[in-house]
Design a protein. Structure first.
Length: 601
C-alpha cells in the first residue's frame, strides 16, 4: 500500500472502526445518570432538566424511527454514530494543528477505546456530541487551517455557529473560550484591512452564534403545546423569562454542578481527574511532556520565537480550564456513585488531552528517521489494543439490565393508583421511560420530593394526582410557599392513595411514618395498625420476588446498579428485623442470609 493509501486508510479506518465498535456494544437497557430521562424524551418528546440540551434531543427525535430492540437501544445507536463522528473530528482537529496522520490516528483511537469515551458513546448522554462540537471548534481555531486572508470572515461565522450549537447541547463548551475567542479575534483582524470587512466578520460570527442557539426554540414549542402534568417535562419554559431561567440552570444554581449544599473538594477531584488521564490514555501525560520538551528543543535550534505559538498556548489553556480548574469547582463528594456523576465531565478534557497527545507523538516522530516511524504506528496500535482489551469488561459490566429490571419489579409491586416518591435521578428517569416511552402503568404517579423547592413541580404533581397539593409556609428567599417532603407525605397518606418510597429522604424520617417493605419499595401508612403481620409480609414478598426479574449476580459496588440491588437486600433485612421482634428467629435468619444474595460486590 502506498503512503497515500495508508494515510487514507487511517483517516477513515479509525472512525469507522470506532463506529462499528460503538454500534455493536450500544446499550439495550436504561442505565444510570441522565440516561433514562434522555431515552424517554428522545422517544416521546419533552423538556429535559436544565439547560435542556435541545440539539441532542432534536437529533434523538429525528431518528426516533430507527429500528432497535428498545427505546434505550435506539437512543444508544444514535449516540454511537455521534461518538464515532467525534473520533473523526478529534483526528481531524489534531491534523489541523500539525499532527501527522499516524500520530492523529493513534491518539484518536486511544481516546475512542478509553472506558469513559466508550461508555458515554454507547448510551444516551450529551457528552459525545459535546466532544464532537468541541473538536470542530478546535480544528476551525487552528491558525494553519486555510489561507491567512480571504476565508477569515467565513471562519469567524463558523466559530460563532459551532459555539452556538455547542451551547445548545452542553454549556461546558464555554470552557474552550481561551481558544475560541483568540481564534475569533485573529480571524476578525485578518478579515481585511478595512474596518468594514472586520465589522462584517464580527457580524457574521454573531449571526452564526444566534443560528446555533435556534434549537432552544424547540423547548418553547414543546412547553407551550404540552398540558401541565402531561409529557416528560422539567419545568415549563414556554416564554422568554422561563426559557432564560432554564438556559441559565437557575433550578441548580448557574455556577453549581448540582443542588447539593456540599462544598467543593478540590484536591480529591484533582486526584480523580489525574488518575483518569493516566489510566484512560495509558500514561499519555508522560508522552505529552516528553513531546513538549522535544518540540521546545527543536524550537531552540530553529530559533523560532515562543510568541509565534500563542495559538497552541490557548489550546493548552482550554485544556487546563476544562480539566484541572473546572474539576476543583465540583460541589459533589469525590467518592461513591457521585464519581459517576462528575466523571462524565472528564470527557471533554480527555479529548483535548488526546489532541495534545497527537501533537506530542508527532514531535517525537520527527526525531526518528522516516524508515523507523513505522515503529510508532506499531507501538500505538499495541497501546490501542491493550487499552481496548482493558476497557471491554468494564463496558460490558456497565451495560447491565439491573435498572430496567428494578423499574419493572417496582411497578409490579405497586398497587393500583399508587404514588411513588423517588430519591435519585436515575430512579425518576427510569420511571419516566416506563411512563412516556413504554406507556406502562399510567395509573402510577411518580414524585421527586427534592424538586419541591421549584414552583413548577408541585403544580405538575397536583395535575397528575387530580387534587391540589397544599404548600407549606413561605421562607426567606423563596417567592412562593415551600413544600417539604414530610408535608407532602402527610397529604398523600391522608388522600387514600397507596404511597410508596424508594428510600427515606432524610435520616430519622422512618420514625415519623409506619412503613413496611413491598418488593424493592417501602410503603408508608397512617397508623401502625395498618402494617401487616411479619408472617404475612414474608409470604407477600416471597411471592413478589418469585415473579421478579433480577440479575443472577450482584453488580459492582461502584456502579449505578449497586443502589438498586441494595434495595432488594433492604427488603429482606427489614423483614428479618420485624420477624426477630416477634420472636421468629429461624425465619429472621433465613431473611438475613437471603439479603446477602443482593449485596453489591
Amino acid at each position: 500500500m502506498t503512503s497515500v493509501g495508508a494515510d487514507r486508510a487511517l483517516r477513515f479506518g479509525v472512525p469507522l472502526a470506532g463506529g462499528i465498535l460503538y454500534t455493536l456494544t450500544a446499550s439495550r437497557f436504561v442505565l444510570g445518570g441522565d440516561n433514562g430521562e434522555l431515552v424517554a424524551i428522545g422517544t416521546a418528546g419533552g423538556v429535559p432538566h436544565p439547560s435542556g440540551y435541545p440539539l441532542y434531543v432534536l437529533l434523538l427525535r429525528a431518528f426516533s424511527w430507527l429500528p432497535a430492540t428498545s427505546p434505550a437501544h435506539r437512543t444508544a445507536l444514535v449516540t454511537a454514530v455521534i461518538a464515532a463522528a467525534s473520533v473523526a473530528a478529534l483526528a481531524w482537529a489534531a491534523r489541523a494543528w500539525g499532527a501527522g496522520v499516524v500520530s492523529a490516528a493513534i491518539a484518536a483511537a486511544l481516546y475512542a477505546v478509553s472506558p469513559l469515551a466508550w461508555s458515554l458513546g454507547t448510551h444516551a448522554e450529551v457528552f459525545a456530541l459535546n466532544v464532537l462540537l468541541a473538536m470542530i471548534l478546535v480544528g476551525v481555531s487552528s491558525p494553519a487551517l486555510g489561507p491567512p486572508r480571504g476565508s477569515e470572515t467565513l471562519r469567524a461565522g463558523l466559530l460563532g455557529l459551532v459555539a452556538g450549537l455547542g451551547l445548545s447541547n452542553h454549556h461546558s463548551i464555554v470552557l474552550l473560550a481561551p481558544l475560541g475567542l483568540f481564534a475569533l479575534v485573529r480571524a476578525i483582524a485578518r478579515a481585511g484591512p478595512s474596518g468594514k470587512e472586520r465589522a462584517r466578520a464580527f457580524a457574521l460570527s454573531i449571526t452564526g452564534l444566534l443560528l446555533g442557539l435556534l434549537p432552544y426554540v424547540y423547548l418553547v414549542a414543546v412547553a407551550r403545546s404540552t398540558p401541565e402534568g402531561d409529557g416528560c417535562m422539567w419545568g415549563a419554559p414556554g416564554d422568554l423569562q422561563r426559557l432564560v431561567a432554564h438556559f441559565l440552570r437557575r433550578d441548580y444554581g448557574t455556577f453549581s454542578l448540582s443542588t447539593a449544599d456540599a462544598a467543593p473538594e478540590p484536591l480529591p477531584h484533582l486526584a480523580v481527574f489525574g488518575k483518569r488521564l493516566f489510566v484512560d490514555l495509558l500514561g499519555a501525560g508522560a508522552v505529552i511532556l516528553f513531546g513538549a520538551s522535544t518540540a521546545l528543543r527543536a524550537r531552540e535550534k530553529s530559533k523560532t520565537p515562543l510568541r509565534a505559538h500563542a495559538d497552541l498556548a490557548t489550546l493548552v489553556a482550554s485544556f487546563l480550564l476544562a480539566g484541572p480548574i473546572f474539576v476543583t469547582r465540583f460541589n459533589l463528594p469525590a467518592r461513591g456513585v457521585w464519581l459517576l456523576v462528575t466523571g462524565r465531565f472528564h470527557l471533554l478534557p480527555l479529548a483535548l488531552a488526546a489532541v495534545l497527545l497527537a501533537l506530542a507523538l508527532h514531535s517525537i516522530a520527527q526525531t526518528f528517521a522516516a524508515d523507523r516511524r513505522s515503529l510508532i504506528l506499531a507501538a500505538g496500535a499495541l497501546f490501542v489494543v491493550v487499552r481496548g482489551g482493558l476497557s471491554a469488561p468494564e463496558i460490558l459490566a456497565e451495560h447491565r439490565p439491573t435498572l430496567d429490571h428494578w423499574t419493572k419489579n417496582a411497578l409490579r409491586a405497586a398497587p393500583p393508583n399508587a404514588v411513588i416518591l423517588v430519591t435519585s435521578d436515575e430512579q425518576g428517569s427510569a420511571f419516566m421511560v416506563a411512563r412516556c416511552a413504554l406507556r406502562e402503568r399510567p395509573d402510577v404517579v411518580v414524585v421527586a420530593p427534592r424538586l419541591l423547592f421549584t414552583a413548577w413541580h408541585p403544580r405538575q404533581v397536583s395535575a397528575r394526582l387530580g387534587f391540589p397539593i397544599v404548600r407549606g409556609v413561605t421562607v426567606p428567599g423563596s417567592a412562593e410557599p415551600v413544600l417539604s417532603a414530610r408535608e407532602l407525605m402527610e397529604q398523600l397518606v391522608t388522600s387514600g392513595r397507596p404511597v410508596l418510597l424508594t428510600d427515606w429522604f432524610t435520616k430519622g424520617q422512618e420514625k415519623s411514618f409506619p412503613s413496611y417493605p413491598v418488593g424493592p419499595l417501602l410503603r408508608i401508612v397512617k397508623t401502625r395498625g395498618e402494617v401487616p403481620a411479619p408472617a404475612e409480609l414474608l409470604e407477600t414478598n416471597e411471592r413478589l420476588f418469585a415473579s421478579f426479574e433480577i440479575d443472577p449476580e450482584p453488580p459492582p459496588r461502584a456502579s449505578w446498579a449497586a443502589p438498586r440491588s441494595t434495595d432488594y437486600a433492604r427488603t429482606w433485612l427489614t423483614l428479618a428485623a420485624m420477624l426477630e421482634a416477634k420472636g421468629d428467629v429461624e425465619h429472621a435468619q433465613q431473611c438475613r442470609l437471603r439479603s446477602v444474595e443482593y449485596m453489591p460486590r
